[in-house]
Write a protein that binds this ligand. Sequence first.
Ligand code: PLP
Length: 357
Amino acid sequence: MPADATRFVRLHLNENSYPAPPELIERALAAARVRLNRYPEVDLARLRGLYADYTNASAGLNGGDAVLAEQVSPANGGDESILNTVLTLRPKVRQVVVLPPTFSEYARAAKVAGLPVAEVPLTRDYQVDLDRLTATVRAAPSLVFICDPNNPTGNLLGAGEILEAVTRANPDTFVAVDEAYWEFAAQAPGERGRTLAGLVAGHPNLIVIRTMSKAFSLAGARLGFIIAAPGLARELDSIRMVFNINVLTLAVAEEVLSRPAFVSAAVARVIAGRRRLAQGLAGIPRVSPYPSWTNFVFARTSRPAAEVTQDMRARGILIRHYPKDEGLSHHIRVAVGTPDEIDRCLEALVETMEGGR
Ligand SMILES: Cc1ncc(COP(=O)(O)O)c(C=O)c1O
């Protein structure tokens, strides 16, 4: 059965349930409509500059830490940024290292590029096994993907500490930090939760991957960014199809990035929803949510997750489970929806868990 947006509450893809401000989208699309007979811009200088400005303003980066336009390479979403990263670095590494459970696109991109995947599983409490990771990068030149905060577990992994450890173990290691959910973790205490974008100038082997699909509510527009030191950014950019960002997406992105004030309120709304969802899940017998720094909540269930997901779907709610991941047969992931979606989801989950007694 297709996942019909009108029939289902969609909490399975970590989308943002709130659209971006309609007046911004309308204005951008109206302006772009008359340019649809033309190819989009090639160098995307304005877009790069606007995203660099947003990154600096949102993370308080300035001086030598500030991200420059030429350090930014736009792609069709985080997914294409991941693939472009792997394709660019293929001649320089012998393996792609992933830290499961994590986002599946890293391993898929490695397969597409014909590179072997080395897995260094997270510990039982979903932290990075640094001893095993450093041994793995010492064994062969590697590209390590760190999803921070991590999907699906929702916690912070401490990408800064990991970067230091693997670079010390083998200075030729490339590190790609996927900050798809960064905006939802900016308030985390201490160093964890800080973007690594400010470090790229001093780390020629560091790549930061970003997306507009989450905090900016633009999953359908397909726009992501790679941030890296200028030399590496140029190499990453050379993999890009000349016209990879279409006229409509470009217009919308430039409009929202010119007026990014709405993002902090949008993020605060998601964080309030995350609290509501986590509290609700914690109140359901035999469901145990984990703390989250993202726009979703990961939870353990006493019933097999495949059954829970199927029963929830029958009740009109789409959530995610992990049939292929070892150790996750009793884990679900639920995106933060609107308050109404959250309440409907929690109600359905109460019934679903009762059904499994
Ligand atoms: C960790 C992570 N990275 C990247 C992406 C891909 O996002 P995009 O829509 O930009 O391709 C996702 C999407 O869910 C994700 O969870």
